[in-house]
Design a protein around this ligand. Structure first.
Ligand SMILES: C[S@@+](CC[C@H](N)C(=O)[O-])C[C@H]1O[C@@H](n2cnc3c(N)ncnc32)[C@H](O)[C@@H]1O
Length: 202
């Protein structure tokens, strides 16, 4: 388990992982790492990259990695944005942004990690048919996410009925933050977007 590095010139060193060759998933702000570890354990043929500046979270993920003997996890102990800038297009199959910091005050909205800039980066980085999974328990942020991602011409919201955004699929385990939100009486929203095929309007 090694840490990817984004150099000053923008090149990424994923320590033996080749974005052009290997299957890569990314979790932005993995918190305690329980979701990332579950995905890595259940998908041994995928390398899961996690970015998280909160050191206790990194330590918690490392404990999961150790306990489960995971060899397919790469960690950035910091901001994900340099990685989003540095990865080549079509390098990721899935991106997870689960319960990002809500920044509820209007003057802090610009700090929200899901925004028009990241929606563009996600669309560029995902392979055709790749998935972007978002979750939040803050209704204002759910609306904000929809405003940032739903109009993107290359991303399609997969929901067909209300149940699709009110519950997780079976391959989407809950996180610590989600459990706290439910305990506090808030209802989470789960949003899945699919990357359209390039060169088509599908
Ligand atoms: C509310 S917590 C949710 C954690 C986890 N996803 C969960 O559901 O339990 C949001 C996390 O995003 C991390 N975070 C905030 N900004 C980030 C950034 N620019 N890059 C990566 N992680 C970030 C925070 O440190 C925090 O751990």
């Amino acid at each position: 388990m090694l840490r990817p590095v984004v150099a000053a010139d923008g090149t990424v060193d994923l320590k033996g992982v080749e974005p052009a060759r290997d299957r890569l998933w990314l979790e932005v702000g993995f918190g305690g790492g329980e979701h990332l570890a579950w995905q890595a354990e259940h998908h041994p043929d995928v390398t899961v990259i996690g970015a998280e500046p909160f050191l206790n979270g990194v330590a918690s993920l490392l404990a999961h990695v150790d306990d489960s003997g995971l060899g397919n996890v790469r960690i950035i102990d910091g901001d994900v944005r340099p990685l989003l800038d540095a990865l080549p297009p079509t390098s990721l199959e899935r991106i997870f942004v689960l319960f990002p910091d809500p920044w509820p005050k209007a003057r802090h909205h610009k700090r929200r990690i899901v925004n028009h800039w990241s929606a563009n980066r996600f669309a560029d980085l995902l392979v055709d048919g790749g998935e972007l999974r978002l979750a939040t328990d803050i209704m204002d942020y759910a609306r904000w996410m929809m405003a940032a991602v739903w109009p993107h011409p290359d991303l399609t919201w997969t929901a067909r009925r209300p149940g699709d955004w009110r519950s997780r699929t079976r391959d989407w385990p809950g996180t610590r933050y989600e459990a706290k939100a439910i305990e506090a009486g808030r209802t989470p929203v789960f949003l899945t977007f699919r990357r359209k095929a390039r060169g088509t309007s599908q």
